[in-house]
Design a protein around this ligand. Structure first.
Ligand code: COA
Length: 263
């Protein structure tokens, strides 16, 4: 995959890690339909590129990660359009990221509101800069979170805090987000991308097929169509048929670093 420039999204590959920057700083990186489509395209390209082992998503500028879905775009929608807006977002971006085969790390560099926090929560790992502000303000606009926020916030911070954040529409700061388990780390804005790259580099040294399978099995536990333990047994067994398993164990016994190929 070559570095490509889309209109609202910038991409850069370094050391097997793709950094995607949402680039509408004048609108605080609000997610309109075009931006969601471009993020989807960038992620599809990266999925097919074996050289890319992890993704970092961040926002352009020092102020905002993503300040939500683009309010101007949906201002005149009716019921069916509202439903389609939510369903398309789930399909193209939010569920798509949660079930992505490579880890997605959200580098939350400022406001993560509404769809912005939902994007961070759909990602597998979240790191925030100390100026970040997070919230689901939809009830202040007469709607509710529609990109998975009602479900994922409760999974991450528990039902009680989720009820409070969604019904009050209040923002919380990075330290509270850390205390509540909403983000894994809080660092300065200068350190933010480096911290994410450090995590991504570690992931890139592990077996790609193990990482992909681990994402699938962890997610199975949050999907009521599956029994997570049953999926784990099945997938654990399958790992024994992979090249990476044979290589990983052989390398351990030979006291050397494994050379994984994802098969
Ligand atoms: N959708 C569309 N445009 C947005 C936006 C969004 N979610 N969030 C910010 N913007 C735009 C503003 O309209 C403004 O555009 P303009 O300069 O053309 O008027 C620009 O981004 C800068 O935002 P502004 O409100 O002037 O910045 P601020 O520092 O005063 O306030 C926020 C920052 C984040 C508190 C405020 O922008 C805000 O509340 N945004 C909406 C958050 C929200 O409700 N998100 C959930 C949507 S479902």
């Amino acid at each position: 995959m070559l570095t490509m420039t889309l209109e609202n999204v910038l991409t850069e590959i370094e050391n097997q890690v793709l950094t995607i920057t949402i680039n509408r700083p004048e609108k605080l990186n609000a997610l309109n339909a075009k931006t969601i489509e471009e993020l989807h395209e960038a992620l599809i390209d990266a999925e097919n590129d074996k050289e890319i082992r992890a993704i970092i998503i961040t926002g352009s500028g020092a102020k905002s990660f993503v300040a939500g879905a683009d309010i101007a775009e949906f201002a005149n929608y009716g019921v069916e359009q509202g439903k389609l807006l939510s369903a398309t977002g789930h399909f193209k971006l939010f569920n798509f990221i949660e079930n992505y085969s490579k880890p997605v790390i959200a580098a939350v560099n400022g406001f993560a509101l509404g769809g912005g926090l939902e994007l961070a929560m759909a990602s597998h790992i979240r790191v925030a800069s100390d100026n970040a502000k997070m919230g689901l303000p939809e009830t202040s606009l007469g709607v509710i979170p529609g990109y998975g926020g009602t479900q994922r916030l409760a999974q991450l911070v528990g039902k009680g805090k989720a009820f409070e954040m969604i019904t009050t529409a209040d923002m919380i700061n990075a330290q509270d987000a850390y205390k509540w388990g909403l983000v894994n780390y809080v660092v300065t804005q200068e350190e933010l991308l480096n911290k994410c790259k450090e995590i991504a580099a570690k992931i890139a040294s592990r077996s790609p097929i193990s990482v992909k399978t681990a994402i699938k099995v962890i997610n199975a536990g949050y999907n009521n169509k599956y029994n997570g333990y049953d999926v784990e047994i099945e997938e654990f067994g399958k790992m024994f048929g992979t090249h990476d398993f044979k290589e990983g164990v052989k390398a351990f016994l030979e006291k050397r670093k494994p050379v994984f190929n994802g098969n």
